[in-house]
Design a protein around this ligand. Sequence first.
Ligand SMILES: Cc1cc2nc3c(=O)[nH]c(=O)nc-3n(C[C@H](O)[C@H](O)[C@H](O)COP(=O)(O)OP(=O)(O)OC[C@H]3O[C@@H](n4cnc5c(N)ncnc54)[C@H](O)[C@@H]3O)c2cc1C
Length: 387
Amino acid sequence: MDFLLSEEQRMIYEYGQNLSKTYDRKHWMEYAERGEFPEDMYQQVAKDGFVGVMVPEEYGGSGLGMMEMGLLNEGLSEQGIPLLSLVIGATMGLSLISTYGTEAQKQKYLPDACSGKTRFCFAITEPNAGTNTIRTATSAAATPDGRFKINGSKTFITDAGDADYMIVVTRTTSQDEAKRSTDGFTLFIVDCKAKGIECQPIPVSIKIPEVQYSVFYDDLDVGPEDVLGEVDKGFKVLFEAINPERILVGFICAGLGRYAMGRAVEYANDRVVFDRPIGAYQALQHPLAKAKTEIEMASLISRKAAWMFDRGEPCGAESNMAKFAASEAACHAVDASLQCFGGNGFTTEYGIFDIYPMARLLKTIPLNNEMVLNYISEYVLGMPRSY
Ligand SMILES: Cc1cc2nc3c(=O)[nH]c(=O)nc-3n(C[C@H](O)[C@H](O)[C@H](O)COP(=O)(O)OP(=O)(O)OC[C@H]3O[C@@H](n4cnc5c(N)ncnc54)[C@H](O)[C@@H]3O)c2cc1C
């Protein structure tokens, strides 16, 4: 087993350091405060060839894997500049099109998305179904001319109002009519600006540059050429996106935790109270040391999950553990770091408290940690399903 990164992987991991020389945490926060997509930063990432990390080279990408996408995100987060659009659009969206798209879809969507000309969002969550995706009610009814009409609504869809395309999870067969509850799902690629789609921003308390939207579909017209994968067999496609998003959260949280702790150690070693640097006090050292240990463990399992994914091995257990371990560790790391700053931790000038909402958010999204633990209980430990 080799824990060393290749030269190329190290370069990808260190990209965040280079990017943050121009687009630093302060820049990211300015966009987050305004709830405005950091277009300049995203364009730079695309120009440098990092949006299409997982897209094959013939479609404008780099042809690399989950490990590289993870390292990219870990490196960005370690500089305090996480980009959710790289999770939702670049990883979930583009990877699925690379794997399940028709040749025409790949040609149509991938090169432009890799170059930053267009962006994708991903619409799963519904107001009534919530975590229970099986209860998806957004329907795509077949019409006599072989097309479909989409009706229903989604909630919390990141970037829906600004992105160009949306991958929408629908039911072409209702749960009642489907043989198995996972049958009857169909994914469509739709134009976000098409007639029949309306997006309304949802004000959220957390400061992030990417805005969330309620999305309403009213007889949205789509054709067979817009189906991603196969009609009624979309759950398989959806399932394919689940592990990557969890693995990526593992990488992002490891990076965020290191960012917070890096800031805290620098501050604590410098700030003198009672004639000694506060960093000398064990009360501050031990929570940081524990958090550091948790973060490095979470980072390891995230890398293991990515490594398994790239080898085509089943990695549900590792992906879920990575997501859980890293999001919990990141919250502990931010909390331990915040303590070092005393009152300054709560000021906008130091911006430490501002790291917390993102770390905490990632305990709840893309799948809440309770469902992650449910997965581990049921599928890894072999205990009865609790819900
Ligand atoms: C900032 C942000 C960005 C988002 N971006 C997107 C996006 O781009 N696309 C998208 O489709 N969705 C997106 N979401 C939605 C997000 O994925 C959901 O909010 C999340 O999955 C939880 O679903 P819910 O809000 O319906 O919670 P609910 O399903 O109502 O669950 C509420 C809580 O109940 C508990 N719970 C539920 N079921 C169980 C169970 N069986 N066992 C134990 N506990 C349980 C959990 O603690 C859970 O947090 C986003 C949300 C936010 C806040």
